[in-house]
Write a protein that binds this ligand. Sequence first.
Ligand SMILES: C[S@@+](CC[C@H](N)C(=O)[O-])C[C@H]1O[C@@H](n2cnc3c(N)ncnc32)[C@H](O)[C@@H]1O
Length: 349
Amino acid sequence: MIIVGDGDDWKNDIDPILASVIQKRKHAKQNRDFALADAFRDEIGKRFGLAIEDSFVDGSLTSVYRNISEKEAEEKSDRHEKSIVFQLNQRQRQLSKRRPLISAEELATIARARKRLNSKCNSHSKKQKARFEGFSNWLMEHFNSVSHVLDVAGGQGSLCWHFVMKHNVKCTVVDPVSIRLSRQKTQNILQLVKETDAQNSVGLVKDTGILVENFLSCKSSASEEEKQIACNYFASRGGDQVRSLFNAEFQKKHLDLWKSVDLVVGLHPDQATDAIVDLSLESGTPFACVPCCVFPTLYSHRLLRDGTAVRSLEQLIQYLMEKSPDIKCEIVKTIPPPCNTVLYFNPET
Ligand SMILES: C[S@@+](CC[C@H](N)C(=O)[O-])C[C@H]1O[C@@H](n2cnc3c(N)ncnc32)[C@H](O)[C@@H]1O
């Protein structure tokens, strides 16, 4: 059996339990709860003998469900059975000895399962880190002579790092969260400072009175002085931040900053997504945004032109595109899926 898609077209044609697990997995993916999505993937494999591949079909990310080979399915269900027997035995032993409901062994099993899931999530998050390089390279190719980028919802500043350190472009992050230089980034800067004798520019920033604690926080094994050097060097190259929500109020309050930027970007900008598109279009400022989380409950007012409520990433993309015919859309392969559709507005093209 081969099923393509996450169930909207064919959910009435298959086992309703399978349809419901597929729907739950879809929602877990939309909410970026990848551990839960992986748990549903395992369940679909064990209970229904289906393997899942997330791949591109007709240009959009689609889950393809295929039969696992007989042997593989048998082995999987054997393992599943054994684990159920193990759990039942444990519970019987507990009850007969009148011990507390969760034993040390059970706790250890749970801890191992969690560790396995966490390591899966960590490897997922490592892959996802490629988005900063992929997106910044794509932006540099598509927007000419950018000199100052506003990175809305820039989080801990990894995209900003790529603009400043790799592309020599000034970048200001707007996010309530403070940007951070990781241990690796701090070490990279210190190495660069050493190699290029950049103490002069670092000294200049110190003279302007920017304090590390007001500006960037570092987590690193470097000494306090070295951290200060790394932060100041980053600032001297044009890394900056405003710790604030991005909205119309922000735009009014920081009008000079808003006028000075020539590109507004948002990578997985969550609740700032609409504001990036609306405020940039309103003032004719070029923007590029990679939407990710939908928050269908929080934004239940988002409706497509045909009146459909926005509940999936595909619908969010359509909803944003419907704001203006000037918005273009591209799936960028160098940004890891599933959130790798760039919506952009570039009056020059
Ligand atoms: C999923 S994270 C993405 C962070 C970063 N762009 C990345 O790709 O790692 C979403 C970020 O959006 C920020 N955020 C949410 N609403 C915001 C708003 N209205 N204005 C600015 N930042 C916002 C959060 O603080 C969080 O750092």
